[in-house]
Each structure stands twice: as structure tokens, then as C-alpha cells.
Design a protein around this ligand. Structure first.
Ligand code: NAD
Length: 486
């Protein structure tokens, strides 16, 4: 059985206390690896390594830092298939998704920020003839990066790459539920000759290893992606220490389909938005709002398309829906559907565990793609993030009602709207409480754009310049340009 290691000061290292957690394959429920249950002691060693590496890494020419990250990106490409297989096995996601989305995007994250950092510029302000103001940006020091289980390597690199590119060193903690590709990344860092201590990875649970990162005074910057409750706890710990914190949290995203939408595109994309990665993406459209004249037609089509999705062994190329990430998560999703029934929701398709696709997967965590109608927008099913293959269907009569319903949750991460009326698209997008809005598309990403949520979906923005700025401290230098007497 594979035993994963921490990665501290350029070396693979066992946890100090010698304790490990089991890694369970969601498709089979079998234990297939063990990951360090790191303690604060491991975290402190990682912070010390990051601190030691910081002066040289931050002072290195930008081109050197960029080249190191590009080497790592190339190695991800070289090992793409192995990483995709590992990600699929570790998370339960379909192999095609890991191959086409997760792993290519991890390499793209590193390439994007490696090159973006070479093309940024800072500002200068001329103050009449009296002064010249120059804005300097310098890396804030070692940064803590904490990421979730749904897009393991994708989000670990999305958060670490901008920090490393601008000259910060990093202590990262991937989710204890899906740690395998982070371990492989550590091996690739060694192969890429990344200087020791520049990127450190410690594995383990949030309450121990994660909390130790947040609490450590040597990490003035914390970038977190995960649940809203965890985000609130992190904010509470970090605030009195005046740490800079970015929080990318949960969502309950609306998909709004207006009567004038091109349904030939809206229906398959709405389905994709609801069920990609078994609905376990923060950006998934889990509340589908449909204008009344087309409501029944759209519902019928979505239901038959959802029923046709192939739930299968994640390692099978033809699988469209894999396993949910864990037994606990499967039970949470199941409980959410039971609650929806109690709230008088009508289960139009799915609603229970799916038949195991083969003998190998007999004990796996499979749930049918589920669509539920007839629920008031204020009920818990419509308000709380389920983060599984479950979406609700709600009719609306007017544009104003669509906006009111869309905004009627504590979240504000993403939305997608479907209309062929440009004026309506402009009006609606302005009125929606969401940090990311797609018009006639979903999850079409450009890494230069600001990414993040409003309300309880988070604090701060990632992506492009926002991410590069987040990891730097800004200094204004004012030069007196009046001639100074010698
Ligand atoms: P989670 O909050 O349980 O865990 C996320 C990470 O935080 C894990 O590494 C975990 O070990 C760590 N952690 C837990 N408690 C901690 C603590 N007290 N201190 C420090 N670290 C701690 O989230 P999850 O279940 O892994 O992920 C699912 C959630 O993530 C969903 O709510 C989803 O919407 C959200 N998410 C958001 C985005 C986004 O960009 N907004 C992207 C992906 C996932």
C-alpha cells in the first residue's frame, strides 16, 4: 500500500508523530493508500523551511522563478495520464474529466502565473512638477494555502502558482480526503529542481494541520478554498493577527433560463452545470430557474437527459457520473434529498443511491443524478449548499422575479443566464449578486479574469492580476522632483 509523505525543505518526510490516515477509493470503498496525519510540529517545520527559502526565492530574477514553474508545468504534462488516473481514483471523478479538465488545468495554472508575473507593471503618478510617485510591489513572505477535495491538483496549483510566481514561498495543505496528486506534485518539484523550501506540502486534517497553518505567525498571507463554515473559522483566527486572507467558499448558484433562450444549447449546458463532477464543483448550477412558458418543456428535457447520464466506474472511459467523494458525503447528500421530500419536493428523477456499475464498485458511493421540483425558495433545500448531483427546478414569471429568486440565498458565487435578448442579459447580469456570471455558457474560464464570490461565498478575488497582487505588499514611494539645493 502506498504511503504518502509530507514535502518539507525539498525532501519527502514522514509525519513527526508517525500517524497516518487511510485514503479510501470512493468507487470501491477500499483503503488503498495512507496519508500523513500531520500535527502542528510538521506544520512548524514546513513554515521554518518556507521562511528559510524566502530571501533567496524572492530575490531571484523573475525569469528564474518563472522558468522553475514552467519546468513543473512541463512535468505535469509528461505525467498527465498517471496524474489523471490518480485523481480519478482518489476523488471518484470520471477519468475523462480528470484527463480533460483537472490535470491540464493544473499545468495551465503554473504556466499562466509563471508568464503573467513577467508581464506585470506597476504604476507611477506624476504629481504636477512637485513629485513622482512610484508603486512598488514586493512578495509578502511565506504564504499558507489550504485547498479542498473536489478539484485537488487544479486548486492547489491555482492558489500556489501566483504566490510562487511573485516570490512568496508556500506551505500548502491539500484536503486529507484527496491527497494523492499533491504527493506526486512534491515528487515532480524534486525532479524540476525547485529550490528546497520554496513549496512545502503538509498532509493531514483541517483541525490539526490546517489550523496550525492559519495560526502560525510566520505566515502573514492565507489563501483558502473550502466550505463557508471553515472559512468563517479561519477568518476569526486570522483577524486578530492582521493576516491577509482570501476565502473562496461555497455556492448555491442559479441557472436562469429565459423563454427566448436557445434551448438546443441551454439544455445540455444546464445539465452539465448541474452534474459535472457529480455536482461537486462550487460553480455548479444547483438552482435551475425557468421562465413559465417553457417550464414544462425544459423540465421534461432535463429529466430525460439526467436519466440518460451514465453513472459508472470512474476509471471507465464511458462514465459520465462517477462516485461521490466519501461515505460521509454520500450520506449528507442522501439526507438532503430526504429533507427535500419532507419539504414537499417532487423528485422527478434520481433521488437515491445508484446501482453499483460493476463488481469492483459494489461498495462505492454512487448517487443518481436528481432533479427536484415544487420547492419554495426559502426552504433549506433551496438555501443550503448540497454539493452533490442534486438540482432544483423552479418556475418564474418575470425578469424581476427571476432576479429576486436568484439573489434569495446567502451565497453569491456564480450564476449563468440563458437568453438571446442582449438588453435582458445586460440588465440581469448587473442585478445579480454573483462574482462570476456566464451568459449563454457555463464554466468558460479565462485565467486573467477576477474569480471569487460575494456574500457568504467569500472574500477577495483570485485569478490574473488580482492573485498576483494578493500575494504582494504595496508600497508608495514619493520622490520630490523639485530641485534640491546641493
Ligand atoms: P472544507 O472546508 O471542509 O475543507 C477545505 C480544506 O480546509 C481542507 O483541506 C480541510 O482539511 C481544511 N480545513 C478544515 N477545517 C480547517 C480549519 N479549522 N483550519 C484550517 N483548515 C481547515 O471543504 P471541503 O469539504 O474540502 O470542500 C467543499 C467546499 O469547498 C464546498 O463548500 C465548496 O463550495 C467549496 N469550494 C469552493 C470553491 C471556490 O472557489 N469558491 C472551489 C471549490 C470548493
Amino acid at each position: 500500500m502506498q504511503r504518502l509523505s509530507n514535502f518539507i525543505a525539498g525532501e519527502l518526510a514522514p509525519p513527526q508523530a508517525g500517524v497516518y490516515l487511510d485514503c479510501i477509493e470512493p468507487a470501491t470503498a477500499a483503503i488503498y493508500a495512507q496519508t500523513p496525519a500531520s500535527t502542528a510540529e510538521d506544520a512548524h517545520r514546513a513554515v521554518a523551511a518556507a521562511k528559510q527559502a524566502f530571501p533567496a526565492w524572492s530575490a531571484a530574477p523573475q525569469a528564474d522563478r518563472s522558468r522553475a514553474l514552467l519546468r513543473l508545468a512541463d512535468l505535469i504534462d509528461v505525467n498527465r495520464e498517471q496524474l489523471a488516473q490518480a485523481e480519478s481514483r482518489d476523488t471518484g471523478k470520471p477519468i475523462t474529466l480528470a484527463r480533460n479538465l483537472d490535470i491540464p488545468r493544473a499545468a495551465a495554472n503554473l504556466r499562466f502565473f509563471a508568464t503573467a508575473a513577467e508581464h506585470t507593471s506597476s504604476q507611477a503618478h506624476q504629481t504636477d512638477s512637485a513629485a513622482l510617485n512610484v508603486t512598488l510591489r514586493s512578495p509578502r513572505g511565506p504564504a499558507g494555502v489550504i485547498s479542498p477535495w473536489n478539484l485537488p491538483l487544479y486548486l492547489l496549483t491555482w492558489k500556489s502558482a501566483p504566490a510562487l510566481a511573485v516570490g512568496c514561498t508556500v506551505v500548502a495543505k491539500p484536503s486529507e480526503i484527496t491527497p494523492v496528486t499533491a504527493h506526486t506534485l512534491a515528487e515532480l518539484c524534486i525532479e524540476a529542481n525547485l529550490p528546497p523550501g520554496v513549496l512545502n506540502i503538509i498532509h493531514g486534517e483541517g483541525a490539526t494541520a490546517g489550523a496550525a497553518i492559519v495560526e502560525h505567525p510566520g505566515l502573514p498571507t492565507i489563501s483558502f478554498t473550502g466550505g463557508t463554515t471553515t472559512g468563517a473559522r479561519i477568518a476569526q483566527t486570522a483577524a486578530p493577527m492582521f493576516k491577509r486572507v482570501a476565502l473562496e467558499l461555497g455556492g448555491k448558484n442559479p441557472t436562469i433560463i429565459f423563454a427566448d433562450a436557445d434551448l438546443s444549447r441551454a439544455i445540455p449546458e444546464t445539465l452539465r452545470a448541474a452534474f459535472t463532477n457529480q455536482g461537486q464543483i462550487c460553480l455548479c448550477g444547483s438552482r435551475i430557474l425557468i421562465e413559465r412558458p417553457i417550464y414544462q418543456q425544459v423540465v421534461d428535457k432535463l429529466v430525460s437527459a439526467a436519466r440518460a447520464l451514465r453513472v459508472g466506474d470512474p476509471l471507465d472511459e464511458s462514465t459520465q457520473q462517477g462516485a461521490l467523494v466519501s461515505q460521509t458525503h454520500l450520506e449528507k447528500v442522501e439526507a438532503a434529498v430526504t429533507r427535500a421530500r419532507q419539504e414537499s419536493g417532487e423528485i422527478l428523477c434520481g433521488g437515491s443511491r445508484a446501482e453499483p456499475p460493476n463488481n469492483r464498485c459494489a461498495n462505492g458511493y454512487f448517487f443518481q443524478p436528481t432533479l427536484i421540483a415544487g420547492l419554495d425558495m426559502q426552504c433549506a433545500t433551496q438555501q443550503e449548499e448540497i454539493f452533490g448531483p442534486v438540482a432544483t427546478l423552479t418556475p418564474f414569471d418575470t425578469e424581476e422575479e427571476a432576479i429576486t429568486l436568484a439573489n434569495a440565498t446567502p451565497y453569491g458565487l456564480a450564476a449563468s443566464i440563458w437568453t438571446t435578448n442582449l438588453n435582458k442579459a445586460h440588465r440581469t447580469t448587473r442585478a445579480l449578486d454573483a462574482g462570476v456570471i456566464w451568459v449563454n455558457c457555463w464554466l468558460l474560464r479565462d485565467l486573467r479574469t477576477p474569480f471569487g464570490g460575494m456574500k457568504q461565498s467569500g472574500l477577495g478575488r483570485e485569478g490574473g492580476e488580482e492573485a498576483l497582487h494578493f500575494f504582494t505588499e504595496t508600497k508608495n514611494i514619493c520622490f520630490n522632483t523639485n530641485e534640491v539645493a546641493p
